[in-house]
Design a protein around this ligand. Structure first.
Ligand code: GLP
Length: 241
């Protein structure tokens, strides 16, 4: 696992955008996976700006979504579906046929997870996965205690995840569960880019990067991933030794 510490929020966002562009420029058919949340907002904004300026071609890549809220209609503002399409895919010119996201409205969660797992296999695995970290160390919706061997699955969400999750919606939205790629798929991605910013993440970043590798801190599994790269600002890195 490599780590890079930057002075402010803009710099890791810019470096992360450059890594996505470089991945697609070296391999136009790259398989990408994107998280939502507040952390990657700057990355996506800069990625779009840079992609337009460099006339980058995203027409051959394939994109997966990392996770989704169960039971929230996809078009509702705040879902991973809505955010990724509006903040990223549409501005980049990525077509619907190049995207596979969880259907949070499915009435058959096992079939939905199988569909996701099969699609990832069919695409030959994920080349670059961009993730954030939850305050309790989750990646996607892999909450503390999740087996590192799991593929796509549904997950009862912890109080802290539900509380921060509510902020993504513009009105009170009933949420309780998530659908997520599993840690097996995070660990299998050829490159995993973990982004973190702000003092609020300092304690969990220290545990994830320097504490024991344990299911209690799902992001700690990245310590054993040779292709893991953590880009963070000084505030998030403040408790690292
Ligand atoms: C959310 C999402 C994750 C996200 C994380 C951090 O619950 N399920 O995919 O990376 O928590 O969110 P934020 O970037 O808003 O801190």
């Amino acid at each position: 696992m490599q780590r890079q510490i930057f002075d402010d929020y803009e710099s890791p966002s810019s470096a992360a955008a450059d890594l996505v562009l470089e991945t697609v420029s070296q391999n136009p058919g790259a398989v990408l996976c994107f998280a939502t949340g507040n952390t990657p907002v700057g990355t996506y904004r800069l990625l779009i700006e840079k992609a337009h300026a460099r006339q980058a071609d995203f027409s051959q890549c394939f994109c997966f979504g990392l996770d989704e809220w169960v039971g929230v209609p996809p078009e509702k503002s705040g879902t991973c579906h809505q955010i990724l399409h509006e903040q990223l895919f549409k501005p980049l010119g990525v077509r619907g046929t190049q995207v596979h996201l969880f259907d949070g409205m499915t009435d058959d969660i096992s079939a939905e997870c199988r569909r996701m797992n099969e699609m990832i296999r069919q695409k030959g695995g994920i080349d670059l996965m961009l993730v954030g970290i939850g305050l309790n160390g989750h990646i996607g919706f892999n909450e503390p205690g999740c087996s590192p061997e799991l593929e796509a699955h549904d997950q009862e969400l912890h109080e802290s995840t539900l509380a921060s999750g509510q902020h993504y919606f513009n009105e009170p939205t009933p949420i309780a569960k998530g659908l997520t790629l599993g840690l097996a798929q995070v660990r299998a991605a050829r490159t995993v880019l973990l982004l973190a910013n702000g003092a609020g993440k300092a304690s969990i970043i220290q545990k994830a990067l320097e504490g024991p590798v344990t299911p209690e801190v799902p992001a700690s599994h990245l310590q054993q991933h040779k292709g893991a790269l953590v880009m963070m600002d000084k505030a998030a890195a403040a408790q690292l030794t």
